[in-house]
Structures are given as structure tokens and as C-alpha cells.
Write a protein that binds this ligand. Sequence first.
Ligand code: HEC
Length: 162
Amino acid sequence: MSASTRRAAGALGVVTLLSLPVSAADRPTAPGTAYPLLTSTSSPHNATSTDNEVSRGTALYWSYCGACHQANGEGVAGVFPPLKGSAVVNRADATKHIDIVLSGLQGARVSGVTYTNPMPALGATLSDADIAAIIDYERRAWGNHGSLVGPAQVASERARLK
Ligand code: HEC
């Protein structure tokens, strides 16, 4: 295990122990130093419910994905692939993006790199609404421009995979 893998795995252990949802006031500061950074990198919106979805998506991303794919979405070279600029994340059809979160991924080749670490399946852990919030966050963070999904699309994909 490389130092960066260990660090990511350790951080994941810590963040997944934090129970969600937590109010902004209760939210622990570690790894919260990255929250302002993540919030400021999401694209500007009107003050609508979309903002709530984005900030929920940001927090959930941190708890379930950020330890590996990192706050800046760039992953860890050769260990965890970047989501920033990823074809899966930017493709208009979000089916594969949803499938990977529901079912995980192993031994895939991403932009010429084969990752030895598996991506964990999170379908049993996360609700359709949580998965949609995370995916939509990823699709508008870090300059990404994938079309957005919603809980209904995640639900129908979950049903299709059964
Ligand atoms: C334990 C580390 C880890 C966690 C946590 C994790 N991933 Fe991954 N993810 C990976 C690895 C490793 C791969 C590459 C797997 C492969 O190619 O076989 C990957 C691949 C992906 C891909 C495909 C990227 C591409 O360009 O093909 C997407 C999308 C993705 N992850 C999204 C997520 C989301 C969303 C979450 C949180 C809900 C998450 N990941 C949590 C390790 C992780």
C-alpha cells in the first residue's frame, strides 16, 4: 500500500464514521477545512433549492468519495482516478456515472491507466436522493459540465440493475 493509498484509506475511515446529516454548526472541522474550497468551486446559482442540493452533495461527496477522489476532484495519480475532466462525469448520458456509484468498479481502464484499487459499490449505503446529490455535485464542480441527474433517474437505474 503506498503512502497516499494509506492516507486516503485512513481519511475515508474517519469521514465515514461521521454520521450524516449534520447541521452546518455541528459539522466537525476535520476534514472541514476543505468545505469552503469545495463550495466556492461549485458554479454560481440563484438562491433556490438547487443550492441546498449542491451543498448537500458537497458534504456527501466529502463523506463518501473525497478521501479517494480528493477535494479538488483530481484523485491521486495512478491510485484513484480524477473526476475532474472525467469522460464518465462529463458525458451527457449519466447512466455509467450512476452505475459506477451503485455497483462499484474494478479493473477498468480509465484514460489509459489501469487502477488496481477497486471503487466500492455504494448502492446499499446511499439513498437515490443522496446519490443524485453527489453525482450532480460532481457534474458541476471543477469545471465539469455533465448534464444533471435527479433521484428519479437513480431510482430507475437501480431498478434496472436488479
Ligand atoms: C476507496 C476509494 C474510492 C471511493 C471512496 C470512491 N471511489 Fe470512485 N473510484 C475509485 C477507483 C479506484 C476507481 C477506478 C476503478 C477502476 O477503474 O477499476 C474509481 C472510479 C470512479 C469513477 C469512474 C471515473 C472514470 O473516469 O471512469 C467515478 C465516476 C467514480 N469513481 C465516482 C465516485 C463517487 C461518486 C464516489 C462517492 C460516492 C466514489 N467514486 C468513491 C476509488 C474510490
